[in-house]
Design a protein around this ligand. Structure first.
Ligand SMILES: NC(=O)c1ccc[n+]([C@@H]2O[C@H](COP(=O)([O-])OP(=O)(O)OC[C@H]3O[C@@H](n4cnc5c(N)ncnc54)[C@H](OP(=O)(O)O)[C@@H]3O)[C@@H](O)[C@H]2O)c1
Length: 338
């Protein structure tokens, strides 16, 4: 953290939470998407939920999608489903499995597999969509880190480090990176969302950890900072290639994310949450909308595809270099897995 976080209005937080349930209608829809023949997109966690919708919409526009998943069979099942639904696409879907962020030692091999699949072809879009929202905070990764921080923050940043050499090239007119965040960042810790002393709660007994909502919120505040920091760290080449890196709050959506909620809560959410496809509209606004330019580096996109500010301390953090401190802290944690 560079400087103490400015205070933020709790009333604004409540307004932002309310917006998540009653967002503006999507304005950038599949009919507005360009043809993506010859372009390649990498989408993590695309076997289900929002990622599956994203993959379908990209493939429908003839995109070559690299579907990065944990489990081969789940990835293949999702692929088969989409190939059946859209027999006319000129695109392709290639499943790359083994990407379980709960063990960082897995990720290098995933980077190598993606390199093999690409065979030197350009990557246009990377969507760091995979994510974990636990309803209780019992999760600990192979590395002993709090599970949501590792899955939602450490994993994507490590994967991105293997993609950078393949991606940071002037080889296509469309270059976008999407870091999937959440309105839940509003529930993170008071200082820019992060528990700076020990964000991974290493060796902290689970019963002494903060609530699962706070921990999920922390990880999603981290995604907002990663979107801006990645672009700043790679500023020269990012500007040369015209890449835009944004974070996205896809919406409050009925997906598998609530998989470990109890029956009653899941049932209640079906009345107030939106269909998962709306989350794809938000993510694909970030990935495809011509409205976004390098001036929007690090912008926070809200449902269902428009830019709004995140929590006020994070707005300050993206300007005063806190995002870069966060990036560097994560770099240290993942260094030995590169
Ligand atoms: N749904 C919402 O209301 C909502 C709101 C705000 C933000 N988001 C964000 O949107 C993104 C997509 O979520 P979703 O709603 O589509 O959830 P979902 O249906 O649960 O899909 C999550 C995806 O992430 C993968 N994943 C989970 N843990 C992983 C790990 N340790 N390593 C690698 N992959 C892992 C899952 O793989 P498996 O199928 O193998 O478990 C699945 O493919 C997440 O980043 C989430 O935080 C969702």
């Amino acid at each position: 953290m560079t400087e103490p976080a400015p205070s933020y209005s709790r009333i604004q937080v409540l307004k932002d939470i309310y917006y998540g349930f009653r967002p503006n209608k999507p304005k950038f829809l599949p009919t507005d998407y360009p043809d993506l023949t010859g372009k390649t997109a990498i989408v993590t966690g695309s076997n289900t939920g929002i990622g599956l919708h994203v993959m379908r919409l990209l493939y429908e526009k003839n995109c070559n999608v690299i579907s990065v998943v944990r489990t081969q069979s789940k990835g293949e099942a999702a692929k088969e489903q989409i190939l059946k639904e859209i027999p006319t696409s000129k695109g392709s879907i290639t499943v790359v499995s083994g990407c379980d962020f709960l063990d960082l030692a897995n990720i290098k091999a995933v980077g190598l597999k993606i390199k093999e699949v690409l065979k030197g072809k350009p990557i246009s879009i990377i969507i760091h969509n995979a994510g974990l929202m636990a309803s209780n905070n019992l999760g600990t990764s192979k590395q002993g880190y709090e599970a949501m921080f590792q899955t939602n923050v450490l994993g994507p940043q490590l994967l991105q480090s293997f993609l950078d050499p393949l991606y940071l090239k002037k080889d296509d007119d469309l270059k976008r990176i999407v870091w999937v965040s959440s309105g839940a960042h509003l529930l993170g810790f008071p200082e820019y969302g992060i528990n700076w002393e020990d964000p991974c709660f290493l060796k902290v007994p689970v019963e002494q950890r903060p609530s699962a909502n706070t921990l999920y919120g922390q990880s999603k505040a981290g995604n907002i900072m990663q979107a801006k920091a990645w672009a700043t760290v790679n500023k020269k080449i990012v500007e040369e290639i015209g890449c835009v890196s944004t974070s996205v709050y896809p919406g409050n959506l009925n997906t598998d994310l609530q998989r470990d909620w109890n029956w009653l809560l899941r049932k209640a959410s079906t009345y107030v949450f939106w269909d998962g496809i709306y989350g794809a509209y938000s993510e694909l606004y970030s990935a495809l909308s011509p409205e976004l330019t390098i001036k929007d580096q690090g912008a926070y996109v809200v449902p269902f595809g428009e830019i709004q500010p995140p929590r006020a301390d994070l707005v300050a953090g993206l300007k005063n270099g806190t995002d870069l401190k966060f990036w560097e802290m994560v770099e240290e944690m993942i260094a030995k897995f590169k």
